[in-house]
Design a protein around this ligand. Structure first.
Ligand code: PHE
Length: 353
């Protein structure tokens, strides 16, 4: 019997070694240890054995049963482990970084050059004690023209080709338009505060104009205003030079020409040496070597009055910095239309921050 049991164990061992499915292992277990299993069948004849034989065979039979059970457990555990490993292998996500991916990892969005310049100019003015204001793109005639000393029949209205809204229901004098300049904020800013004050207002402006290398229909300005007692043209020139020096990180050649704007008296055009061609002449400066960058002047008394400021007591200066021109000068961009092109090859060159 012992021989039978041992040879049953040998054959069990050889059978289980080739099994890879849990169900097959369980069937094999039943085949040997089940009620009609091989071991059970062998043990059935135990009842005919002598006491001596039983003493010998009993423990041996238990030993063999234990061995079989242990082998079954081990095999089941191995099969389970293999199945898990197979699943893991099949659903494998490669989380390793390739060189290619490492390179791409460093590609992230950058700021548009307009944003870079605007932030830079804002910081410069903030450090000089100016507030930064904002205002609506859609304006009334009052803020865009009337309050700025440009009445309805004034020829200066033609200086700025305007996008008007069709608005038949609204009374004359309250027509809506897309603001043609940020000077609207001069009025809004004055109305909201008491002198002395100084603020800037960057923003988008709109003109119904033909576009070319230096003109866009939608562009950026930065308005500035300082109001107080005894403000002079030299204050104006000081702030302008200081700002340009900080932006270009060097002294930039400037020139002041008389300029006419109904809302300033006297009015000036501040030009800077073209930084794209270094003054030699190019499409940006229209071959003259200078670029109009900064119209400015002393605020007209009518404008102060419209903003609720007493012109007998206070005066001030205002300027309208052409932010897009400044971007072009700073980065040597030869065509203003690039700024609005949405072309990523252009935009991705400016990743300073
Ligand atoms: N608003 C004027 C323009 O857009 C610029 C300007 C602003 C001129 C402030 C003088 C003072 O043309």
């Amino acid at each position: 019997m012992i021989n039978k049991l041992e040879s049953a164990l040998v054959s069990f061992k050889s059978e289980i070694a080739s099994l890879v499915k849990q169900a097959d292992v369980l069937n094999l277990k039943a085949k040997y240890l089940g009620k009609q299993g091989e071991i059970s069948e062998i043990l059935k004849s135990l009842k005919d054995a002598t006491v001596e034989e039983k003493k010998l065979i009993g423990p041996k039979a238990n030993e063999i049963k234990d061995t079989i059970l242990k082998l079954v457990d081990e095999t089941l555990a191995n099969i389970e482990l293999n199945e898990i490993n197979e699943k893991l292998q099949a659903n494998r996500i490669d989380i390793s970084l390739t060189d290619d991916m490492l390179e791409k990892k460093n590609v992230h969005g950058g700021f548009h050059p307009r944003t870079l310049i605007r932030q830079e100019v804002e910081d410069i003015f903030l450090s000089m004690g100016f507030e930064v204001l904002d205002g609506p793109h859609i304006e009334t005639e009052f803020y865009n023209f009337e309050a700025l000393n440009i009445p309805g029949d004034h020829p200066a209205r033609d200086m700025q080709d305007t996008f008007w809204f069709r608005d038949e229901s609204s009374p004359e004098g309250n027509k809506h338009l897309l603001r043609t300049h940020t000077s609207t904020i001069q009025i809004r800013g004055m109305m909201d505060r008491k002198p002395p004050f100084k603020f800037i207002a960057p923003g988008t402006v709109f003109r119904c104009e033909r576009t070319d290398a230096s003109h866009e229909m939608v562009f950026q300005q930065l308005e500035g205003m300082m109001v107080g007692e005894n403000i002079s043209v030299s204050n104006l020139i000081y702030f302008m030079k200081q700002t340009l020096k900080e932006i270009f990180k060097r002294d930039v050649e400037v020139r002041l020409r008389p300029g006419f704007f109904p809302f300033v008296e006297p009015g000036f055009e501040l030009d800077i040496r073209c930084q794209v061609c270094a003054g030699k002449g190019c499409s940006v400066c229209k071959q003259v070597g200078w670029v109009e960058l900064l119209p400015c002047g002393m605020v007209h008394p009518n404008v102060l009055r419209a903003g609720g400021v007493d012109p007998e007591k206070y005066n001030g200066f205002a300027f309208g910095l052409g932010l897009d021109r400044l971007v072009m000068m700073k980065y040597g961009i030869e065509d203003i239309r690039h700024l609005q092109s949405g072309d990523l090859r252009f935009n991705s060159q400016f990743k300073e921050y």
